[in-house]
Design a protein around this ligand. Structure first.
Ligand code: NAP
Length: 279
């Protein structure tokens, strides 16, 4: 089995970003990271994002808020960040605490700064096949990994496992846009193993440690594992990769999709800065 390491795709995205940066003629884009509280997985993602931006000579500004901030106060602060001309793009950690009106916050976010595709306009664009918006970074990272490894989507049976708005649904739409035939599965799908076995490309995003084994994987399938779980104190994906024999290619966890997500975020930031010159 060939392992599809995210670092190879990240390197290709880095080259694309370098070309785009030269068009900015010395201007350095700034990412605004907005976080309420200090959830360990948010902090861990933030560290990776800051490191990635540094490695690409991009700026980051972290806006951290107390988890007891009121909904109105947070919305006021978020409006200021959204309108700040020095901030070219925003990453907002979600879910927000329950007392914060998330819908109102998302409505404030300018879709041109919405690097992780959470605003309604960007979601609509992904579903309409309009590539002028920003898709969620992880969903885009999956497509980037396939493309950079020359894995054709056109005409392929793609099965997506998981129907969340951050991964499952948008990645299904992006694959359809590339002319794949897509089946979107979830916890109520009947004959899940049979449906998955039929996939040329199986994209797994369910958050169930090592659940997917050869019972779900057809001969010579390509398996993209988006899952990030902890099992017996170790980071692992949704796929039991150590015991998989059927797949021709698969992404590992760690060092797979997660390694590409922050590269896509950086690329979206640079695209946002480039577009800003036009409005
Ligand atoms: P989520 O919102 O919890 O959605 C999980 C989806 O999986 C749901 O649609 C659920 O079905 C489905 N599902 C759960 N158990 C299932 C089962 N036994 N059989 C079939 N379907 C099942 O999760 P998410 O936010 O999409 O995240 C998915 C995974 O990706 C998590 O492990 C997360 O940590 C990881 N992740 C990775 C990255 C990255 O950069 N690599 C980024 C974000 C998230 P129902 O809709 O029927 O409930």
């Amino acid at each position: 089995m060939i392992l599809l390491y995210g670092a190879d795709t990240a390197e290709k995205i880095k080259e694309e970003i370098s070309g785009m940066l030269s068009e900015l003629k010395g201007y350095t884009p700034t990412l605004g990271i907005v976080r309420i509280g200090s959830n360990p997985s948010d902090i861990s993602y933030e560290k990776g994002a800051v490191k990635k931006m540094e490695s690409l000579s991009l700026n980051t500004k972290v806006f951290e808020f107390d988890e007891n901030i009121s909904s109105d106060d947070f919305i006021d602060e978020f409006k200021k960040i959204n309108e700040d001309d020095e901030i070219d793009g925003i990453l907002l950690f979600r879910p927000l605490p329950e007392h914060i009106d998330e819908k109102k916050v998302i409505e404030v976010l300018d879709e041109r700064k919405d690097l992780d595709g959470i605003s309604y306009k960007n979601i609509a664009k992904v579903f309409a096949g309009d590539e002028s918006g920003f898709a969620p970074c992880t969903a885009k990272a999956v497509i980037k990994i396939l493309e950079s490894n020359n894995i054709e989507l056109e005409g392929k049976n793609v099965v997506v496992l998981g129907r969340s708005m951050v991964i499952g649904k948008p990645v299904a739409m992006l694959a359809i846009q590339k002319n794949a035939t897509v089946t979107l599965c979830h916890s109520k799908t009947a004959d899940l193993k049979k449906v998955c076995k039929n996939a040329d490309i199986l994209i797994v995003a369910i958050g169930r440690a090592k659940m997917i084994n050869d019972d779900y994987i057809g001969e010579d399938a390509v398996v993209i594992d988006v899952g990030i779980n902890f099992f017996e104190g170790k980071l692992c994906g949704d796929v039991d990769l150590e015991n998989v024999k059927n797949a021709a290619m698969a992404t590992p966890v760690p060092k797979g999709v997660g390694a590409v997500t922050t590269s896509v975020l950086a690329q979206h930031l640079v695209i946002s800065a480039l577009k800003k010159r036009l409005y």
